[in-house]
Design a protein around this ligand. Sequence first.
Ligand SMILES: Cc1ncc(COP(=O)(O)O)c(C=O)c1O
Length: 395
Amino acid sequence: MAPLTPDFDEEIDRFGTHSSKWDMMQPLYGVPAEDGLAMWVADMDFRPPACVQAAVQRMADHGLYGYYGDDTGYRDAIRWWMQERHGWAVERDWIFSTHGLVNGTALCVDAFTRPGDAVVLMTPVYHAFARVIRASGREVHECRLALKDNRYTMDFEAWDAQMTGAETMLVLCSPHNPGGRVWTREELQGVADFAKRHDLILVSDEIHHDLVMPGQKHTAMALVDDSIADRLVMMSATTKTFNLAGTHIGNVIIADPNLRARFAARMAGLGLSPNSFGLFMAEAAYSPEGAAWVDALVAYLDGNRRLFDDGVNAIPGLASMPLQATYLSWVDFSGTGMERAEFTHRVEQGARIAVNHGPTFGSGGEDFLRFNIATPRARVAEAVKRLQEAFGDLQ
Ligand SMILES: Cc1ncc(COP(=O)(O)O)c(C=O)c1O
């Protein structure tokens, strides 16, 4: 059972638990299980808050796992969280529960575009977007983020000139994975205007919205511009915030009745309804106790971020992007002058760290590796030490 005061320093052995991050590190990356560090797929090495563990315990104690009924409390927990943490008023019937947000994205593609349409992504961006778009027989239209002073910015003028007319949807990642940007209200207004100019459905994936570093402020896209309500789909989840990714549950929130009807029809057509474990855990998480846990988590992640950045940026040729949100550090290796195969080999075989490869995030990711720092601080310190050794000849 998770203690009431979270101990994020506790090193929990995840091997042999069907953990994608740890058990697949060796088969996928060749990083040895004996002393490898898993810093790739985006889940955390921390237990969720005690209120979530207690909800699962109550289910197990009761011992019956039948069909779930009456989700009013669950919907109200989502409404409470969005109002309390994001200042956003949501109605009960705006909420759909999908099997996570990759599924939510795929459903949006399915419901709101046609085969052969193009979907705009601002790259580099979370790799599963392109995967589901292409797998659904749609094209990916890449609008490349501009890199200025080691941070990403949006370049609407360039993007306007690249549009072909085949684009019908834009999937925005806000805050941004992998660049860790919290987009400003002005930037988000730019996205809204861009969507209007090119008549795009705007899907705003805000799964990282709670993991925002001290001093930063995330703005929900729904609060930016009322005039895009008829083209806006909001997505969020408990899964990143509370480390519940295996429950595969996500919130797709749609205010517009017409879009809502189209989305509901697609969900009904596919026979989708959520898993009761996800509903129980999400309702428990969206609570005052869950909120206090998130505050403690973010403070801890901020400490990890400082440690990681200080250590990595001390290596000549490496530059981590300033992390305004998420626990995913995006490190630029271009300053080493090495080929991608060389710096990747040094990280995976030299430092024995499994990381996400930049090119999977689309164009602009070629010189980067992504490190997941949501792990006990001692492991972050160990990773930094190993990286300094693996690139020791550059010191
Ligand atoms: C932006 C973004 N969306 C969605 C997901 C995954 O969502 P899910 O596990 O709910 O399918 C991730 C996971 O890292 C992500 O970064």
